[in-house]
Structure formats: C-alpha cells, structure tokens
Design a protein around this ligand. Sequence first.
Ligand code: RIB
Ligand code: CA
Length: 314
Amino acid sequence: MLPLIVDTDTGSDDAVALLLAAASGLGDIRAVTTVAGNVPLATGTRNALISLEVAGRDDIPVHPGCECPMTRMLSTAQHVHGHDGMGDISLPAPVRDAQPEHAVDVLLNYPHRHPGELTLVTLGPLTNLAVALLRDRELLGRYRHVYCMAGAADMRGNISATAEFNVWADPEAARVVLESATPEQVTWIGWDVSRKDAVMTPADQLWLEQLGTPMATFAHRVNRTLAEWAQAVTGLAGYDLPDPVAMAVALRPELIAEQEQAYVGVSLGQDTRGQLIIDRRRCAPAPNVTLVRRVDEQGFKQLLFDTCAPEGHR
Ligand code: RIB
Ligand code: CA
C-alpha cells in the first residue's frame, strides 16, 4: 500500500478521490490536509471528514490549511459542486473534528519524519504546498513523488476559456510549485486528461448507482450538482472526475497511457490567469514537470467501480 498525504479542497470529485485513496486497498493515507478552493476552508474540511467516514476511515487525521490564495481573494466553485461542495444533499455532520496542527506544518514535518517514503497527491489549489515551499525550497524532493491535479495542458479550460480551476484559483501558488519542481519529483494530471479519459457517461453513472453500497450511493449522489453543471456547460457526455483520475494515477501509475516531460509556466495575467504556458522550443528551460496526457479510461473506471462494489465483488 502506498503511504499517502492528500491535500484537498473537498468538493464532490475530491470526495470520490478520497474514497479511492482510503478504500481501494492501494493507498495508506497518513494524513489529509485541506485548502480553500471549491468551497471555503471550513466546508472543505467538513467534507473531508464526512468522506473519510463514508470510507470507514475516521481514524485518518484531517488538518485544515490556508483559507485563501497567496495573494488573491478566494473564488470558490460552489456553482459547480453545490453550496456545500457535495451536491447539497443534506449530508449529516461529521462525528469528529479536525486536528489542530496546520496543514502547512503537516506537509513540512511528515516527509522529515519519513524521508522519501510519502507520496503527496494535491487535489485543489496549490496554496498549502506553495506556502510550505516558501519555508523549505527542497520540500518536493523529500517526498517519494508529488502528483497534482492541476492545469489544462491543452489550454482548454473549465473555469475560463484557457485555465483549469486549481491553477486559476491560486496561480501564484502554482508558479511557486512549478519553479521548485523537477519532472522526477512532480507529475501533473490536467483537466485535459479528465475531459478525455474520466467522463462518467449516463451508463457509468447508472452502473455506479446500481452497485448500491454506501460508498457507491455517496459517490453518485454528491456529484449531483457537478452532473448538472457539466451538462449545461461542458458539452461532455457526462460529468468528469479530475481528482479521482489523478488519484488513480498516483495509486496505479501503470494507468498512464501517455506522458511527456516539459517546461511549464503559468500566466498571472488578467485574461489568461491560470493558463499553462508550455515551452517546447529547443531553447526552452529544462523540463520541470511530467505531464500526463492520456490515461487508461477503462482501467480507471474499473478501479472506481471495484472500490465502491460490495465486498467479495471486487
Ligand atoms: O478543475 C478541476 C479541479 O477543480 C478539481 O480539483 C475540482 O475538485 C476543482 O477543485
Ligand atoms: Ca478538487
């Protein structure tokens, strides 16, 4: 099992990613850290606690982090995931509280205690990781690997014409991470991957719902608002699952069908805020990230269904 730290802005797709990490049998979550993004920090923290309870893992500590981007005002995605980030289906409150240690301290301290052992998966704006990097520029290399659901390598955005939400929400944080990264340390899984290889069609949604387990029902119901938004805005054949496909890549890197190493920057501009700038010229700086471009769609969906299936049907 893969020792993990998960940094999340727990909206409804993050919740499914947490189920994969906690209940697939592939992940060993040591801590969850939360960051403002999809929803305000307190709401995302609540959603992380709820999701871990659904996965049967209310032993995993949850640590709140930064409640706003590094320099900008917080712009949430509640129009996508619902006011509560979980489809507004009146989920019961979590039975336990978050931990007092700040998320940034967790991101800094855990890899010092377990050098080279932990995999970090980020599912929201990169604010916590960037603030930690301002305190330890070598932090990325202290992890076994860092996977980020971040950006859109094809410049086709979801929150704007060219930007993906996690990078758009805190582009300065994304820049700090990109300026500290190497392709050997950091892998980015962008919205272009989710849009192509992680779209839950109506048939997939029905399959998930009919599994009938508490996790399957939860995963289906919390994405109610996401499904409505996707149908109205994206033109995709269903709703896509960016965080779960990024988590699946971290848990099973063999699901990567296509990847490249590239030098990636990020625009801080007004109209192009959060757009990735990928320099493939011969004179470009050395690559700084590994970009996943395609994933084995069936393998990803099978992992999701197996995780949510009744015991004995996996
Ligand atoms: O652009 C997709 C990302 O933005 C996902 O992490 C989703 O949860 C939202 O935070
Ligand atoms: Ca997210």
